[in-house]
Design a protein around this ligand. Structure first.
Ligand SMILES: [Zn+2]
Length: 269
């Protein structure tokens, strides 16, 4: 069982049924209080409901569905101490393949070494010279990293557009057609993935779409986020997803060094 599922189950076991004011959601890339919102936990029915007055909406997520989403989040999670291990992860290697190549040294010697490509500029380097970059920065980029993963799971108003997140998004949909915890297969067998991600500078930029909608949770996403925050799991969620596979990529030191720690795609307005 993953970090989030373990924490959630422990909190659910201790939680009382009832209604709770001041639930949180993510809108336009920011964590906001839902105006006059009420989060309701019904343990007897195993349901979580978020109701808001302005705008008026009511959405119920079953405990079963909530746990399924949490398991999917866990499948994409790492911690600050474990994200570097992704370099040996089979799914990471589908996105950013490692290839043996002949490299020339000063003394004319040619050595056959494991190489990988910088995801930004496209230079091919020995694996040991590449750095594991947090696409959204570890500090200040957590909310964007969370929303990015929520987008993969169809929990935002608009779908993902980037080549990695689209691939994971489609893989989760495909995996759903197969029995028993199929999303785990995405991270063990890669049958649902389509392959290598082109370096940013060597591909055509896709149009950004509706940025507000890409950074705003839908009803299902809002209920899930509200219950996780209500259970005091906000920091754990941030850590798990900012270090997770959707937010980690290999970069050469020149490309990584040129990035600011405040490098976000959607600064709050
Ligand atoms: Zn580079």
């Amino acid at each position: 069982m993953g970090y989030l599922e373990t924490a959630f189950n422990a909190k659910w076991a201790l939680a009382t049924s009832g209604t709770f004011n001041g639930p949180l959601t993510i809108s336009q890339g920011r964590v906001v209080y839902v105006d006059q919102g009420v989060l309701k936990i019904d343990k007897e029915k195993s349901e979580i409901t978020l109701a808001t007055i302005t705008p008026h909406l009511q959405y119920t997520l079953s405990l079963k569905d909530a746990i399924e989403y949490i398991q999917k989040l866990d499948a994409m999670s790492r911690k600050s101490t474990t994200y570097a291990d992704l370099k040996d992860n089979s799914t990471f290697n589908v996105f950013y393949p490692r290839e043996m190549k002949n490299l020339l040294y000063f003394n004319g010697e040619i050595k056959n070494e494991a190489t990988r490509t910088c995801t930004n500029c496209g230079v091919v380097l020995p694996v040991r010279l590449l750095q594991m970059d947090h696409q959204r920065p570890k500090i200040g980029g957590q909310i964007e990293a969370v929303v990015k993963v929520m987008r993969i799971l169809q929990l935002t108003l608009e779908e993902p557009r980037g080549p990695k997140c689209r691939q994971l998004h489609n893989a989760f949909i495909e995996a759903k057609k197969h029995p028993t915890n199929p999303w785990i297969l995405i991270f063990t067998h890669q049958n649902f993935l389509t392959g290598t991600i082109k370096p940013t500078q060597l591909r055509e930029e896709s149009p950004p779409g509706n940025l507000d909608d890409r950074y705003t949770l839908n009803n299902r996403g809002s209920v899930l986020y509200a219950i996780l925050r209500h259970f005091g799991m906000g920091d754990l969620l941030d850590i798990c997803l900012v270090n997770g596979i959707a937010n980690i990529r290999p970069l050469c030191s020149a490309c990584n060094g040129g990035r600011s720690n405040k490098d976000r795609k959607y600064p709050p307005v």
